[in-house]
Design a protein around this ligand. Structure first.
Ligand code: BDR
Ligand code: CA
Length: 308
């Protein structure tokens, strides 16, 4: 099975991604690293520990960056609530995080297993950028980086920028320029995996605790959007994990992608060079389409049988 490290900021969709990863025998989760993001690090870390408890897993959890590299901290409490998972109640953790820091764990693990480890990053890329700076050989030692972030078109946090890129544009730049083998799940692909009432009900009606928890997370996320006048959301983060389980769920395209770090209207905006105007070699394989029905069937099947 594919060894992965999951870097996350739970977050409703991060929580679903973590459950899917733990429930999939094609993947072996070596560790979960946690970043600031949707809410403060203290909360994202507490949520990760609570989710591990829920899953009955003994995967080690590592705390990481509490702040972005340069910009002022930015959270998304209007999307994920003050807790990060809205009103969803998670079990009280009985174990804490490891002492080692996220970036150090990422470097150590990649160097121990050259060419084997895939780093899956579904929050702001601060921990990943710190790890790349800590160990310049990291990009070459990783099998690849699969991240959710950015957009090949418009944003979701500002007109121009997607949340994970906007929350740490400088980190996104370090990752895009790292030379690592990158698979990018931007909004163009993840928006094709909608959260609708029908999806919420399918999971809520399921018998297994994980599928029910997924239903509660989707319900809370969608209800918050509905309160702001929208009827459909998107299940962004689990796309990365689903891709590693079944790459056929997505179509990808090789592109050169850059990110704007100047502090104006385009702060955190990613731009893809669709016409080779820059003559730059593509630095990402970007997901451009998603098969939502098959994605949901996979997620439902995995969570219905987890924990075993
Ligand atoms: C990303 O932002 C966060 O709110 C989600 O967890 C996801 O990682 C989508 O733009
Ligand atoms: Ca996230």
């Amino acid at each position: 099975s594919t060894p992965i490290i999951l870097d996350c900021d739970p977050g409703h969709d991060d929580a679903v991604a973590l459950l899917l990863a733990l429930a999939s025998s094609e993947l072996s989760v070596l560790g979960v690293t946690v970043t600031h993001g949707n809410v403060e690090l203290e909360r994202t870390l507490a949520n990760t520990l609570a989710l591990r408890e829920f899953a009955g897993s003994d995967v080690p959890v590592y705390g990481g960056a509490a702040r972005p590299l340069v910009r002022a901290p930015l959270t998304a409490t209007h999307v994920h609530g003050a807790s990060g998972v809205g009103n969803v109640v998670l079990p009280r953790p009985t174990r804490g995080a490891e002492r080692e820091r996220a970036a150090e764990f990422i470097v150590r693990t990649a160097l121990e297993r050259p060419g084997e480890v895939t780093l899956v990053a579904i929050g702001p890329l601060t921990n990943v950028a710190l790890a790349l700076r800590l160990e310049p050989r990291l990009a070459a030692f990783l099998k690849g980086i699969v991240f959710m972030g950015g957009s090949l078109s418009h944003g979701n946090t500002t007109p121009a920028a997607e949340f994970n890129f906007h929350a740490d544009p400088h980190a996104a730049r370090i990752v895009l320029e790292s030379g690592a083998r990158i698979t990018m799940f931007g909004l163009d692909a993840t928006r094709q995996v909608p959260i609708t009432r029908a999806h919420v009900e399918r999971f809520e009606r399921a018998a297994s605790p994980s599928a029910k928890l997924c239903g509660a997370l989707l319900d809370d996320a969608l209800s918050r959007l509905e309160a702001r006048g929208r009827s459909v959301g998107a299940l962004h983060d689990p796309c990365t994990v689903a891709f590693l389980v079944d790459p056929g769920l997505f179509e990808t395209r090789e592109l050169f992608v850059s990110v704007d770090v100047s502090e104006g209207d385009n702060f955190g905006r990613s731009t893809a060079d669709f016409t080779s105007a820059t003559s730059q070699t593509p630095n990402v394989r970007a997901a451009v389409t998603a098969r939502a029905d098959e994605f949901y069937d996979l997620l439902f099947e995995r969570l219905s049988n987890f924990p075993a």
